[in-house]
Design a protein around this ligand. Structure first.
Ligand code: CA
Length: 311
């Protein structure tokens, strides 16, 4: 019995000591997709703030544990989708050069889901699949609300731009980035008018009806999406209350920043997880609902879906 406990202790130490993705005993190829997985962050995203908090909290490791080759990209915190998309495209080309693969699987959260659409639209030959999580494909009501209450060139607009630009610059400095910031342009990119214009140029995978699904495959690229409609999901997460407040400007169920129907792209995997906008990427630091599938489990299941589709 004692020897058994000692063995168990030695084993658990070994597992704890092993770096993510380096040690696996069960289901080791569950997430082993044919093409690398690229995680593209949202507005005011950061790949590793202070080197401690990962934007994709615990997700990269969870995917790597099952054999996936995962890359986390970084673009301007606040900028237009086209600007961010061009920055992302350059990083995708670097990833292809590093791995020697011909395509990538793009997964974007929030504004990142629009960036990945841009890359797939301009270079479909480099993209196996596009997945968006909580992305405002028909616009975000909060952006409409802010835009309507901030008149062009007014004092309020410059104050708003100052705060948002400062936040973006600070986040950029902390993560060693020198990307240009443009908060008002980012806001324009996320209004329903901004998205209508973007969708007219880049319609791939976008539903033509108000709340239907989009085409699941366009030009050889597979399209998927999921999102949540939870707000107050974890008592200990201080980010829940602000999201519950912003949710009030939305006419439909939402995750605090993006409406359920607006999140639809391609094949809709699910649009009502009990998750708010930050829960979708397992934030803050894993504080999510215990009554819903864990975000890392959902990401792993999706990688397995991509793998089974030969992607
Ligand atoms: Ca949370």
């Amino acid at each position: 019995m004692r020897r058994c406990s000692a063995l168990l202790l030695a084993f658990s130490l070994l597992v704890t000591a092993a770096p993510a993705g380096a040690f696996c005993l069960w289901n080791c190829s569950y997430t082993k997709t044919k093409y690398p997985i690229v995680l593209a962050h949202g507005m005011s995203g950061f790949d590793s703030l202070f080197g401690v908090i990962d934007y994709w909290y615990g997700i990269e490791g969870a995917l790597e544990d099952g054999g996936a080759n995962v890359f986390v990209t970084e673009v301007s915190q606040f900028n237009t989708t086209q600007q961010r998309g061009e920055q992302l495209l350059a990083q995708v080309q670097q990833i292809l050069a590093i791995t020697g693969k011909s395509k990538v699987n793009l997964i974007g959260h929030s504004h990142g889901g629009l960036d990945v659409r841009y890359v797939a639209a301009v270079r479909p030959d480099l993209v196996a699949s596009v997945t968006s999580i909580g992305s405002p494909h028909k616009g975000a009501a909060l952006a409409d609300f802010l835009r309507a209450n901030v008149s062009n060139g007014s004092f309020t607009e410059s104050v708003l731009a100052f705060f948002a630009n400062s936040l973006g610059t600070v986040l950029g400095l902390l993560t060693g980035s020198t990307n240009p910031q443009d908060a008002v342009a980012a806001l324009e990119s996320l209004t329903s008018a901004g998205l209508a214009s973007f969708n007219a140029t880049y319609p791939q995978g976008v539903p033509t009806s108000a709340c239907g699904a989009g085409a699941s495959s366009v030009g050889g690229v597979r399209y998927y999406s999921w999102s949540g409609t939870g707000l107050l999901t974890n008592l200990f997460d201080v980010s829940d209350a602000p999201l519950a407040l912003t949710a009030l400007v939305y006419p439909e169920s939402n995750d605090g920043l993006v409406g359920r129907c607006s999140s639809h792209l391609g094949q809709v995997i699910r649009d009502n997880y009990f998750m708010n906008h930050l829960d979708e990427v397992n934030q803050v630091v894993g504080l999510v609902s215990i009554f819903e599938s864990n975000p890392t489990t959902i990401f792993r299941a999706h990688a397995n879906r991509l793998k089974n589709a030969g992607l």
